[in-house]
Each structure stands twice: as structure tokens, then as C-alpha cells.
Design a protein. Structure first.
Ligand code: NAD
Length: 462
């Protein structure tokens, strides 16, 4: 039997559940990409606001790429379980904030219709780096992307890209005299609000110059730094959670107890009081975001690039590995030197090591490695380039780059990968000094083998 509103009252006492009247909640947020992360992070923060009586902020999800989550959750009236795990403990909470999901072939049209409702005042996004249709190295719309090109060429057709969809909706609202919504990106992109603002403005300007100016001036895109480790849910998670609930949840989400959300406070048409749940509102997110992208996401990408070659499958296995553990320390030392002095990197990294070591989560390195071409520039390449320009050697960062190129080369010459300008944007990557260092590292890895090469790197003086 599935999880269903009528079952809430009979769940075991140690399982938290909505204590508010879900039927009295109105939809104020449309969320693009209601995957695992959104449901474990922003929706959980919003749930606290609904529980405190802020009934204007129910969430309508929209999936442009798949209908799986909608199909799983519709029979449950969009209730799902959030499981927070650490050590031997697992706290379960049934979340009620999600009120529906638009999905399937007709989703773009349905989203446009839903966004005509003035009650929707915020559009949040977790659509992965790729979903922005941007060249992440430059932070601009990638006009060579097929969906982006379609939307630029045919602004009145059904949009295919997220920036195209948002520009089309803002156009409809403006014609109807409805204030624009605030756009809140919750993806791991440096300057996520700025990137989204530039992309939507570019789409809008293509339609009409004055409209482009309107979007540039009037649509708020606050940046935000989001943090909670949320691996993909497994069949084992579903079975374990069902056993505790006493009924089946087709799409629970599993994460760590830790959560952080730092948001630029620019919401001209209002927002939920997310600070109730621990969110912090600031005027500049950049230092928080940079610390998190480089130390957390950067380390994830490093472990996902190198770990599988040492036989590791998960983050917890990788941080416990006798060869990788010292590499991680060296990696963090190189990264920390690119952050402002007031960053308390030592304490942050000590905490990260404990979070990464959480064996109650099975965070697959293969999941982190997905879309690595979009992740590498901001997580690894830019910090390495900053160090290079400051005259500092970066043996571990160069080793990560070499290992990534070797993995991507599939038997060919790893150095050919340096020609990929959408990844290696700066010409310095193709000039003799950096190219030579990478070539040397690729050669050393090929000769010595990965494990011996990592040992040698860690034995070298700092
Ligand atoms: P997921 O695979 O569960 O969900 C991804 C969602 O993005 C799905 O709803 C999918 O339909 C949508 N999507 C994918 N490609 C898209 C595209 N091209 N256009 C539009 N929508 C698209 O992944 P997740 O764990 O929910 O993570 C999503 C994002 O959240 C990450 O890429 C990252 O930016 C951010 N994030 C995740 C975590 C985490 O620990 N999982 C932590 C911090 C930030």
C-alpha cells in the first residue's frame, strides 16, 4: 500500500509529518527540476515555513526532461519522505510542500500556463549545470546549443531551453500586466544568479530590445549557495524506508543532516521566511559560494576523477583510502590558498572530511562524474589558472587535470582534450608552460601507474 494523505495519521510516532492543512496551502513557487536535491533541500526549508503558517508558498514542480518523479509521486498526492542519515541514525520526515509536478511532452506549455498566475512569485531551479544552456567557462548563453538556438530563432514557438521558457513566460506576464517573478537558481554554478540573469536577458533581447532592457532591470535573480549532500536514492533506501513507514514511498530522498543555504536578499515580490529553517540572507553570496564550490565540489570532482582508478566506488570509500586521503589534504591546501584569508578553510575542511566519511550515505563517484566537462572549469581549472598566474605551482590540481584528460581520451592522446575550448577556455592551457606541465604529468601517470604517482606527489615537499 502506498504512502497517501489518509495514512499520515497512522504513521509510527517517530516519523515527522505535515502538521498543517495542506488543502489551505496556495502555490507561490514554481520549481524547475524537482529531483532529489530540491526535495531534500529547498522543499524541506519551505516545509518549515508552511508549518509556521506561511500558507502562500506551496511548491509546484516542473520536469522538462523526465516524467519519472511525477509518475512516482502523483499516486501519493506528492507526499514523500526525507531521510537524514548519519552513523547509525536515520530521521524520517514526510514532506507536504510539493503540491504537484508538471511533466511529459506538454510540460513547457503547462509551465507557461502555470506561470501566468500572479500568485507564483518565485521560480526556483535545480536543473544541473547543463540545463542553463550556457558556456559555463564564460558564463554566457551558448548560442551553439541546439535548444538555445531554437528558442533564439523562434521566440513564439514552444520553448525548448530553460532560459527560453523563462523569457517567454516573463513576456506573457508583462503583456498581462503581471509583475515578474524572482528567479532563484539553486545549482552549483559560480555566480548562479548572474549567469541565469544574463541568459534570460539575452533571450528576451532577441525578442524585442525594450523587453531585454526590462528583464535586465526588473527581473531579480539573486545568487544562492546551497549545500546538503543528497545522493541518488537506491532500491535499498526505498525498502528500508518502507519498512519504517509501514507503507511504500515510491520516491523518498536521502541526505545528510547538515544543510546550508546562503541567499542574496533580493526578492522584490516577497519570499518565504526561509531563515526559520536556518537559511542566511546576505548581500554578497560570492565568498560562501566560492568556498563551497572549490573545497566541497572541487574535492568531489577530484575524488570522482581519481578514485575509480584506485578501486573506489563511493565518496566514503575514497576519503578512507590510504593513498587518496593524503592527496585530499594536499588538494585542499592548494585550493584554500585561492580563497580570501578570512575563510576558515581548516575548520571547513575538517568538517567536510567528516561529512564525506558518512558511511550511511552511498554517494557514488560515478554520479558525481556525470557532466564533468561542465564541472571542471569552475571547480578545478579556474583555481589552477589563478595559481598559475600568481606564480604558484599546483601539482595536485595538475594531476587531477591530467587524470581527467586521460579518462576522457579513451585511448587517444590525452593532450588533444586541451583543444576543447568549452572546457579549457583560456589560451594559457594551450601555451607551452601549462601544456608542458600537463604533458609531463600525463607521462608520469602512464609510466608509474596512478597509485605510485599519487604517492610520489604526496612525498614531494609542499
Ligand atoms: P537529479 O538527477 O535527482 O535531478 C535533476 C533534475 O534536473 C531533474 O528534475 C531533471 O529533470 C532536471 N534536468 C536535468 N537536465 C536538465 C535540462 N537540461 N533542462 C532542464 N532540466 C533538467 O539531481 P539532483 O541530485 O536533484 O541535483 C540537481 C542539481 O542540484 C545538481 O546538478 C546541482 O547543481 C544541485 N545540487 C545538488 C546537490 C546534491 O547533493 N545532490 C547538492 C548541491 C547542489
Amino acid at each position: 500500500e502506498p504512502l497517501y494523505p489518509a495514512r499520515l495519521a497512522s504513521l509510527p510516532a517517530d516519523i515527522a509529518r505535515p502538521g498543517y492543512d495542506r488543502d489551505a496551502v496556495r502555490t507561490g513557487i514554481l520549481h524547475l527540476g524537482p529531483g532529489a536535491f530540491h526535495r531534500a533541500h529547498q522543499a524541506a526549508f519551505t516545509e518549515d515555513c508552511l508549518a509556521a503558517g506561511e500558507t502562500a508558498w506551496g511548491i509546484l514542480g516542473a520536469s522538462l526532461r523526465s516524467a519519472g518523479t511525477r509518475d512516482a509521486l502523483a499516486p501519493q498526492d506528492f507526499l514523500y519522505t526525507l531521510a537524514l542519515r548519519e552513523g547509525g541514525r536515520e530521521a524520517l520526515r514526510v514532506v507536504g510542500a510539493l503540491r504537484g509536478i508538471l511533466a511529459g511532452a506538454d510540460a513547457p506549455r503547462a509551465v507557461l500556463a502555470a506561470l501566468d498566475d500572479p500568485a507564483i512569485r518565485i521560480v526556483t531551479l535545480t536543473i544541473t549545470e547543463r540545463g542553463y544552456g550556457c558556456d559555463v567557462a564564460r558564463g554566457e548563453l551558448d548560442e551553439g546549443d541546439a535548444d538555445v538556438a531554437h528558442d533564439l530563432a523562434a521566440p513564439d514557438a514552444v520553448p525548448r531551453s530553460v532560459p527560453g521558457l523563462l523569457a517567454a513566460s516573463l513576456w506573457r506576464r508583462r503583456r498581462a500586466g503581471i509583475a515578474p517573478f524572482t528567479l532563484l537558481s539553486c545549482d552549483n554554478l559560480a555566480g548562479n544568479g548572474r549567469v541565469l540573469h544574463a541568459a534570460v536577458t539575452r533571450m528576451a533581447a532577441r525578442r524585442d530590445r525594450g523587453f531585454g532592457d526590462f528583464v535586465a532591470a526588473e527581473v531579480a535573480c539573486p545568487s544562492s549557495m546551497v549545500d546538503r549532500i543528497v545522493p541518488a536514492t537506491t532500491a535499498e533506501d526505498r525498502a528500508r524506508i518502507a519498512a519504517r513507514l509501514g507503507c511504500a514511498d515510491a520516491a523518498p530522498v536521502v541526505g545528510e543532516p547538515f544543510a546550508e543555504w546562503v541567499i542574496e536578499d533580493r526578492f522584490p515580490t516577497g519570499r518565504p521566511g526561509w531563515e526559520r529553517a536556518g537559511a542566511r540572507f546576505v548581500t554578497d553570496v560570492a565568498p560562501h559560494e566560492r568556498r563551497k564550490l572549490r573545497l566541497l565540489n572541487g574535492a568531489h570532482t577530484m575524488l570522482a576523477t581519481i578514485g575509480p582508478g584506485l578501486g573506489c566506488a563511493t565518496v566514503a570509500e575514497a576519503v578512507a583510502h590510504e593513498r587518496l586521503s593524503p592527496v585530499l589534504a594536499r588538494f585542499w591546501a592548494e585550493m584554500a590558498a585561492t580563497l580570501p584569508a578570512e575563510t576558515d578553510a581548516a575548520a571547513y575542511c575538517a568538517r567536510l572530511r567528516a561529512r564525506f566519511g558518512n558511511t550511511a550515505l552511498r554517494h557514488e563517484l560515478a554520479q558525481i562524474a556525470l557532466g564533468s566537462a561542465q564541472k571542471l572549469p569552475q571547480r578545478i581549472l579556474l583555481p589552477c589558472l589563478e595559481r598559475w598566474r600568481a606564480g604558484r605551482a599546483s601539482p595536485v590540481l595538475i594531476a587531477v587535470i591530467a587524470a581527467w584528460l586521460r579518462g576522457a581520451a579513451a585511448g587517444g592522446d590525452p593532450l588533444d582534450g586541451l583543444a576543447r575550448r568549452e572546457v579549457f577556455a583560456a589560451d594559457e592551457w594551450r601555451a607551452p608552460p601549462l601544456r608542458g606541465m600537463i604533458a609531463e604529468e600525463c607521462g608520469a601517470m602512464a609510466r608509474q601507474g596512478l597509485a605510485a604517482r599519487l604517492d610520489a606527489l604526496c612525498r614531494a615537499p609542499d
